[in-house]
Design a binder for this molecule. Structure first.
Ligand code: ADP
Length: 250
């Protein structure tokens, strides 16, 4: 589903991704962990084409994101990138809802804007998705009339409305009260079970990662230093940096 090969990226001379390679098969639930500044969010932003790469290549379902003919990768032109982009959705840390649109219209608008559905169909789907995330009675409220956890669920419903094959989450629990975290976990597992969506999330919550992911990637200085199932990475990581981060004896 996602093939990242030998990708590097530097900002102002500082290497943020260092020859990173990573293959993610369809349907996998992946958590990206590691110290702040290790490049986790940059990877998500690159997949969303909000950021570019200095070298390497990325394929989404076998389709390249970059033209590498000249040696330096250039993002493909918009018309060729669109099919790739439409497969990927992202839920941002602070949700990014449109404050002046109702909850329902927040979910319906991107479908209409992207030409995915006519207004009536988009709204019908939005109603269905709101029920799915447990907010069937909030359709006509504005985002600011919702709690943080509810806004999070609207943002998830909006991303799901475009039926992406890949969903990216940046710190999905960081703006939530601890008691809301298990609700998010339930919704994530429901999405994975019912749609088979490939899911990548950046988190600093070890317990959330452990309960959600079937694969943990541990980042350090723009490289993946640990890659395995949670039961192994959390109890018996091979890399000294992971052991130190998890507070395990070296
Ligand atoms: P993480 O998600 O692991 O905390 P990030 O991927 O957000 O790390 O960032 C890695 C480093 O790259 C940080 O030092 C950050 O300040 C820097 N960085 C990220 N995006 C930009 C940018 N657009 N311009 C300059 N520096 C950036």
């Amino acid at each position: 589903m996602i093939a990242i090969s030998d990708v590097s990226r530097a900002f102002k001379g500082t290497t943020v991704l260092d020859h990173l390679s990573l293959d993610i098969p369809a349907g996998q639930k992946v958590a990206l962990l590691g110290p702040s500044g290790s490049g986790k969010t940059t990877i998500l932003r690159i997949l969303m084409t909000l950021e570019t790469i200095d070298s390497g290549q990325i394929l989404i379902e076998g389709v390249p994101m970059y033209d590498t003919a000249s040696g330096t990768p250039h993002l493909l032109p918009e018309n060729r990138l669109r099919p790739v982009r439409s497969r990927i959705g992202m839920v941002f840390q602070h949700f990014g809802l449109f404050p002046h649109l109702s909850v329902l219209d927040n979910i319906a608008f991107p479908q209409i804007f992207n030409g995915r559905a006519r207004k009536a169909d988009a709204k019908a789907r939005a109603h269905d998705l709101l029920k799915t995330v447990g907010l069937g009675d909030k359709a006509y409220l504005l985002p600011d009339q919702l709690s943080g956890g509810q806004k999070q669920r609207v943002a998830i419903a909006r991303a799901l409305a475009l039926q992406p094959d890949i969903l990216l989450f940046d710190e999905p629990t960081s703006a939530l009260d601890p008691q809301r975290v298990s609700e998010v976990l339930d919704i994530f597992n429901m999405i994975a079970d019912t749609t088979g969506t490939t899911m990548l999330l950046v988190t600093h919550e070890m317990e959330f990662a452990r309960r959600f992911a079937d694969r943990i990637l541990f980042f350090d200085h723009g490289q993946i230093v640990e890659d395995g199932p949670p039961e192994i990475v959390f109890t018996n990581p091979k890399d000294a940096r992971t052991r130190a981060f998890l507070g395990l004896p070296s």
